[in-house]
Ligand binder design. Structure first.
Ligand code: S3P
Length: 442
């Protein structure tokens, strides 16, 4: 499917966003391990969370609809010998790998063409150090094959080379089934939803700076008990970022987003937008699902370039494509460094962001670990391609709203991986004639 976006549009209105994708994966997965009932409301409808749910169903978990959400019923017995299709979702793959390695269940994890290109040794290697049996294809990619371990798992201390919440979570989850504690030390803090949710479920999670430790099996040999929770998931700040950027960039815009998660390990985008001079305001701060939440509002304002690197990068890793778009409206240079991880996402997001924004006329240059943009750039409608990457599809749409004339975005359906309502929400905020969806070969 392609989206034809008419440019030079302001965005105006109020939205409630889909629930946070990172929290949703964890709620379903940890719910399948819980003793009591896990009730999750506000689950996002995207393809990635559906992948986690269907993998868990294949493994024997059941899901019962409740008003506004689901109740997770853990498997009565875990099914083995299954090949699990993780679709496009790295979080499904890596978190499930940790759980399945910990449980020692013979299973195979596989996914779509994009997921099959993503690195899996970073999770397989530390899981093997714990004593688990986990193998990747020779090139370190999917399928990932998990077998019952030869011996018991023993807790370990691992120092990660890159800050990754997926890898950290996989090791901690497997560590719950090991003998003795498991510690993961990160070079910088990545999102800490796993730690928070496990702690809320009763696990004695200890944090000491950048080190986080979970206990292993109890004295009787059983894994730590996880209590079920009732969670109302906050809106996804990674989705909010597209509307915040659109509102900040386009003159005459005003956007209000209700109930967005503002976990400090995820709010790098707010810090960056504030640093650029964007008028993003937080109101009504509260807590939901053990996570801080606020309403966010933004209006257009003059913006200036910014330098991004170091510890800020893991706090806005998924928002860098949309930040590049915002930088095209800012005065001066915006430089993103220390973000080589972007090359291992749903696409090589350094290459895709640079090539596609350049097509729209952005003055953007690739670096090995990021990119530089010299703004303000005069964007003009052009043909661009989302490259099968949901965040690229949405970032290009926001760029297109700022461009003169029409932009044709191929592969627009990719947005549904995290935000199936994206195109209709853009039409609501930018006007019904701002977006037209067409079949690719029309
Ligand atoms: C996620 C962690 C991040 C992020 C991804 C979701 C998570 O990946 O890019 O979209 O929910 O744990 P890495 O941990 O690989 O950086």
């Amino acid at each position: 499917m392609r989206a034809v976006v008419r440019g030079a549009r302001g965005v105006n209105g109020e939205l409630s966003l889909p629930g946070d994708k990172s929290l949703a994966h964890r709620a379903l997965l940890f719910g399948a391990l819980a003793d009591g009932e896990m009730r999750v409301r506000g689950l996002p409808p995207g393809g990635d969370v559906a992948s986690t749910r269907s993998c868990l169903e294949t493994l024997g978990a059941r899901f019962e609809d409740i008003p506004g959400g689901v109740r997770v019923l853990p498997p009565e017995s875990w099914r083995t010998g299954e090949t699990l299709d993780c679709g496009n979702s790295g979080t499904t793959t890596r978190l499930l790998a940790g759980v399945l390695a910990g449980l020692g269940l013979a299973t195979t994890l596989d996914g779509d063409a994009s997921l099959r290109r993503r690195p899996m040794r970073r999770v397989a290697d530390p899981l093997r150090l714990l004593g688990a049996s986990v193998t990747t294809r020779e090139d370190g990619c999917l399928p990932l094959i998990i077998a019952p371990p030869r011996d018991r798992l023993d807790g370990i201390r691992v120092e990660l080379a890159v800050a990754s919440a997926q890898v950290k979570s996989a090791i901690l989850l497997a560590g719950l089934f090991a003998t003795g504690p498991t510690t993961v030390v990160e070079p910088a803090l990545s999102r800490d939803h796993t730690e928070r949710m496990l702690a809320a479920m009763g696990v004695d999670v200890q944090r000491d700076g950048l080190a986080v430790t979970v206990p292993g099996r109890r004295d009787d040999g059983a894994a730590p008990r996880l209590h079920g929770l009732t969670l109302d998931l906050p809106g996804d700040i990674s989705t909010a970022a597209f509307y915040l950027a659109a509102g900040a960039m386009r003159p005459g815009s005003s956007v209000i987003l209700r109930g967005v998660g503002i976990n400090p390990s995820r709010t790098g985008i707010l810090d960056a937008l504030h640093g650029m001079g964007a008028a993003v305001k937080l109101a009504n701060e509260r807590t939901a699902a053990g996570e801080p939440v606020a309403d966010l509002a933004t209006e257009s304002s003059p913006m200036r370039g910014i330098s991004i690197g170091g510890d800020l990068v893991p706090r806005l890793i998924d928002e860098l494509p949309i930040l590049a778009v915002a930088a095209t409206a800012a005065d001066g240079a915006t430089e993103v460094r220390d973000a080589a991880e972007l090359r291992h996402k749903e696409s090589d997001r350094i290459a895709t962001t640079v090539t596609q924004l350049a097509r729209l006329g952005a003055d953007i240059h690739e670096r090995p670990d990021g990119f530089t943009i010299h703004g303000p750039c005069r964007l003009r409608g052009a043909e661009v391609d989302a490259g099968g990457d949901h965040r690229l599809a949405m970032a290009l749409a926001v760029a297109a709203l700022s461009a003169e004339g029409e932009t044709v975005i191929s592969g627009a359906e990719a947005a549904s991986v995290s935000h199936p309502d994206f195109w209709s929400d853009v039409a609501r905020l930018a006007g019904p004639d701002a977006v037209r969806l067409e079949e690719e070969n029309a």
